[in-house]
Every structure is written in C-alpha cells, then in structure tokens.
Design a protein around this ligand. Structure first.
Ligand code: ADP
Length: 629
C-alpha cells in the first residue's frame, strides 16, 4: 500500500503557520507536550488493562523513551501506551477536535505577542513538534490492533500529511522529529536530560533517555570506554502523592502545564491530602487567563480523576459545580472503585461528598488568593463573571461566595471591579441600613445614571453593575451581614435616617405644592404608568421611572428575555418628576393640548435612561422635534 496524501483541516494549517513564529522563544516545550501525550496514552492503556489484562501482552512495563540520533538528526519520543489506528491517526493528528476551534482562530489578531499568548492557552499539543522539526514521522499501533494494522503518518507541517498502513512490531506510538538545521541542540544528551527533568520529573511514568555512559579506561593513558544504555531521568513519582512540604513552587507550576497544556503559570494552587471518613488527595489550580471557550456550552472542564493513583478519566465534571468550572487539577481517591464509569460516578454518594469537599477547597483557595489584591484582580478579570453564577446556584455556600465577589462602585473613578461587600459595609454611613446597587447596560451608563444623583449628594456609595449575569446575581442576593440589597431604581429607597429633617420638610412641601401638576400627568399618561409622584431623588434631571422592589424586571433583564424570544409582561413604572427642573416648569406652564405631548416626552426620556433603548425611537424623535419647533 502506498501512502495517501491528506489535507489538514484549515485550522490546523493556520495553527502550524503561527506556531513556529509565536512559540519560538519557548521552543523546548515541545518535549513537555510530546511527553504529556505519551503519558496520557499510557494512562489510558493502564486504565483499560484493569479489566482486560491481555492488552498489556508481553510488554507490561509502561514507560516513555527519548532517543536522539545525531547522524540522522532525529529525536524520537516513544511510548508503549494505547497507540493509534490509521483512522485514529488521521482524525487525531489531522484535525483539531475541540469545539469552538473556528471561533478561536477568528479571534487571532495578527499581533504576534497577543496571538502567542492565545495559542499557548489553546494548547498546541502534538503540533508543537513543528516548532523545532521540519518533518515529523509518527509510527503507531493500537493496543487493540494486530501488528499489520499499524500506521505511519508523516508531515512537513505545511498543509498536508501522508498516512499508510504498515506493520509495526510493538504496541504504542513513536514520534520522530527531523530537527531543523538550527535546532540540533536537542540531540545533546545534557540538553534533553535538563528539559525532561524540568518537565517530567513528577509524572508517574518513567522517562528513559538513550545515553552514553563513560567508564574509566583499563590502563592509564587509554581513552575512556563508553557504552550506550537506557537511563531513567525523571523521578517518576506522581507529584500529588508527595508531601506538599516537599514540593517546590516550580514543580507545582511545571506539573500544572503538563496537566493542562497551558503555557502560562497558574495563578495559585491548593494541594491537600485528606484522611478519615473520606480519603482523597486533591491538587487544584486556578489559571491566570480564561480559556477561549469558557462560555461555550460544550466547554471542556472538570478534574482529572484517579482512583488509588490509577488514572480513570479526564474532565470529570462531577466534582465541582459549574460556577467553579475554571478550576483545573485532579482528585485521587481510594473511596471509589477502579471500574467506576461516568454513570456510576453520577450516582455515587462518594461523588456527592467529594464535590462538597472540593467545592469548599476551591472556595478556600480563592479566599486565600483574595489576600493578594493584584493576583485576585487578575483572577476576577478572568473568571469573576463565572463566579457570579455561584450565589444563584449554590445556596449552601452563598455567604462564602458573597465575600469573594467584587464590584465597581461610585467610590472609584473607574470601571475596575475591586470593591468587596466587606469594603462597602466598612465604609457605610452609620445611619445607613442597606447596600445600594445599580444594574445598567454598561459602565458608562451606570456611572452617569440620574438615579445616582441623590446618593452622590448624600455621599452614599453605590455598587455599579452591567454584566449579563448581574440581574440574576442580585435576584439571589438578599442580604449581606444583615444589610439588605436595595436597587437605586426601587420605588422605596428606605433611606431612613439618611434623610435630614430639612430635606424631608422640603420634599413634603414640594409634594403638596405640586399635587395638581401630578394629577395632570396622571391624566395625560393614563395606563402607561403605575403612578406619578414628585421625586426626592432627582436634582439635575427632569424625570425618572422607578419600580417596586422585587416586583418588576429591570430593563436589562427585560431586554435579555425579549431577545430570547420570551413574552415579557408589560412594564408599568412609577414616574417621578422633579418640579424644580426647567423642563417640568415648561410643561406645567403649557395648555392642555401641549401638556399631553410634554408629559409623553418627559416619561419617554425617563424610560430611555432606565432601559437604554426605546421601543419606538422614531416616534420619540418626532415628538421631541415637535416640542422644540
Ligand atoms: P490533545 O492532547 O490536547 O488532545 P494533541 O494535538 O496533542 O491534542 O493530540 C491530539 C490527539 O492525538 C490526542 O488527543 C490523542 O488522541 C492522539 N495522540 C497524540 N499523541 C499520542 C500518543 N503518543 N499516543 C496515542 N495517541 C496520541
């Protein structure tokens, strides 16, 4: 049979084109990626051999080997793991199976620095071989296949690859890199040894390097004798099985990269060995940056599951709630059976207990991280919007999560979300009983909202929010440390002692004085409004609309539901007017025919400020032009 030529999936070609350029400064990572793949292949074989020992054949010593051939200029990384069939090689090495791949590539900007960071996050895996090689040959045989069902796959990394069925004597995969002329350093034993130790010391599988060993000459003056042999270069003790006190930060970081294929260091980690009723070891990490598919419905997440140190599965989502889906890492337990399946896992009470414990661990890790404002800021920018799903989804941990939330606030001059609820409470005016917040459609709109006028005047801090999730979040947050959450758009602000006597009297006088005007508005607007009243929250703005706390959807939520095609009950607001404002004075002075138009206009502009949009902007403009003319 002759080799067939195949074209790579478009995205692979794009990745290959970018790779050498973007990751060049970090080129030795190809070894980490190939060794990680080899170790995954061995883990998979180990797992299936638990129930089918025959798969190990006469080759039960699972290991990875690395061999340089100086004459041929090649470096070969081999494993006796699960292997690949011809079809598997074609799909796994010719396409990127991740969902959202296309989307990811459309995000690349052409700016090399930025793109290389993104590419690192994407996880280039096998393709990293092309950073240092101008040709890659893969020879493999699946553990399930006969010798004559082996495969040879080859590519120069530019658009196409070839593959063919060949006979392969042994199970497993060999990846041979034909090194580029200026990458010959990767043929040197010391260079390989150094890189392998750095990247693979604490993976569980032994990595053997083909090395020349020197012995003293028999007679003085003779040349030293040498022989070649396989030498194990990594410690091969799974990192999480070590005592946390014996593990250096550098090792945790390298292990994270091995585990996740992320090119950046993790932001923090938590390594716990727990004995007692529930026995498990967990190693949890938080990445610095969000993966590109964080919000994609079929985003891959979850922990790696080991049972009694044996790898069982990747992406076991059962151990953490979705609002902690950014946490990476592993859990190793003695309390589940080795033959546990995803279905069994779903039903096991052990899973539920582990989930509870690991959720606490992850939240604790965040609590600790919050002590470092700079790192926590980084965390919040990457994952804050995901954590905000927490109070809605996890009632039991609502308080712990509330402490981890960060908001923008009128206390700051920027949209930076760095105010905790504890910060807010500590700054509260002694007479203040509630936590005030405003949800709007963006920071600009929130920070310039007329609803803030009275709060600014009284020096009361207001938390500002504008993310999609915020309405849901605030729907679930009723109080924090005994303080109620009140939206500044609520009809009753419950300002209590914050209002001074003089102000109250003034407001009362304004209400009495403008009774007739209010009636005129009510008459003109009819059913369009729930009620009309004189405002005591406005100073520079003519009007606003408010709603009864908890009774109505705010503008943002309404728009979202409408966009999702849901029928939304018609909003009925209370209109508040500011009688001291020029516009209201003008309306009050006009005759009944003109007053109808003024009332309409004053109401519509209040709606615009609250909702950020109008149902019929043209009608509004027409009305405005009429009044101005
Ligand atoms: P990832 O490891 O993130 O899935 P890679 O591009 O590194 O992406 O590898 C793609 C796929 O190729 C792997 O998921 C695996 O199925 C297969 N593969 C790569 N290396 C090996 C190997 N040494 N043994 C068996 N399969 C492998």
């Amino acid at each position: 049979m002759t080799a067939e030529v195949h074209g790579f999936q478009t995205e692979v070609t794009k990745l290959l084109n970018l790779l050498a350029k973007s990751l060049y400064s970090n080129k030795e990572v190809f070894l980490r990626e190939l060794i990680s793949n080899a170790s995954d292949a061995i883990d998979k074989l180990h797992f299936v051999s638990l129930t089918d020992a025959a798969l190990l054949g006469d080759d039960p010593q699972l290991r990875i080997t690395v061999k340089a051939d100086k004459e041929a200029g090649t470096l070969t990384v081999s494993d006796n793991g699960i292997g690949m069939t011809l079809e598997e090689a074609n799909t796994h090495l010719g396409t990127i199976a991740k969902s959202g791949t296309e989307d990811f590539f459309s995000k690349l900007s052409g700016d090399e620095a930025k793109d290389s960071q993104l590419i690192g996050q994407f996880g280039v895996g096998f393709y990293s071989a092309f950073i240092v090689a101008d040709k890659v040959t893969v020879v493999s045989r699946s553990a399930y296949a006969k010798p004559e069902e082996g495969v040879r796959w080859e590519s120069e990394g530019s658009g196409t690859y070839t593959s063919e069925a060949i006979t392969v004597a042994e199970r497993g995969t060999s990846v041979t890199l034909h090194l580029k002329a200026d990458e010959k350093e990767f043929l040197e034993s010391w260079r390989l040894r150094e890189a392998i130790r750095k990247y693979s010391d604490h993976i569980a599988v032994p990595v053997m390097l083909w090395e020349e060993k020197y012995e003293a000459p028999e007679k003085e003056g003779d040349k030293p004798r040498s022989s070649w042999d396989w030498v194990q270069v990594n410690e091969a003790r799974a990192l999480w099985t070590l005592n946390p006190r014996d593990v250096k930060d550098e090792q945790y970081k390298e292990f994270y990269k091995h585990l996740t294929h992320d090119f950046e260091d993790p932001l923090c980690w938590a390594h716990n060995k727990v004995e007692g009723e529930l026995e498990y070891t967990s190693l949890l990490y938080i990445p610095q940056n969000a993966p590109w598919d964080l919000y994609s419905r079929d985003q891959h997440h979850g922990l790696k599951l080991f049972v009694q140190r044996v790898f069982i599965m990747d992406e076991a989502e059962q151990f953490l709630p979705p609002y902690l889906r950014f946490v990476r890492g592993l859990v190793d337990t003695n309390d589940l059976p080795l033959n546990v399946s995803r279905e069994l896992l779903q039903e096991s009470p052990v899973t539920a207990k582990l989930k509870k414990a690991l959720t606490r661990r992850a939240l604790n890790m965040l609590e600790k991280l919050a002590g470092d404002a700079q790192k926590y800021g980084q965390f919040w920018r990457s994952f804050g919007a995901v954590l905000k799903e927490g109070p809605v989804a996890d009632y039991a941990n609502r308080e712990a999560i509330a402490k981890l939330l960060r908001f923008a606030s009128t206390h700051n001059d920027s949209s930076e979300q760095n105010v905790s609820l504890a910060d807010y409470v500590s700054r509260m005016n002694p007479a203040q009983k509630n936590i005030y917040y405003l949800v709007s459609s963006n920071y600009q709109q929130a920070s310039s909202s007329p609803y803030l006028e009275t709060f600014r005047k009284k020096g009361i801090e207001v938390l500002l929010m504008w993310e999609r999730i915020d309405e849901w979040l605030m729907g679930a947050m009723t109080e924090f440390e005994g303080k109620k959450f009140i939206a500044v758009t609520a009809s009753d602000l419950e300002l209590g002692d914050l209002e001074d006597k003089a102000e109250q009297e003034k407001a009362e006088a304004a209400r009495t004085e403008n009774k007739a005007l209010v009636e005129r508005f009510k008459l003109a607007l009819g059913d369009k409004v729930e009620d009309v009243r004189v405002s005591d929250r406005l100073f520079d703005t003519a009007s606003c609309v408010v709603s009864k706390q908890g009774q109505m959807l705010t503008g943002q939520m309404r728009r979202m539901l409408e966009a999702a095609g849901q029928s939304v009950p018609e909003a009925r607001y209370i209109l508040e007017i500011n009688p001291g404002h020029k516009l209201i004075e003008k309306a009050a002075a006009s005759d009944d025919a003109a007053f109808g138009k003024w009332a309409e206009f004053i109401f519509e502009q209040a709606l615009l400020a609250e909702q950020g949009a109008l149902k019929d902007p043209n009608a509004f403009l027409k009305l405005m032009n009429e009044l101005m003319a």
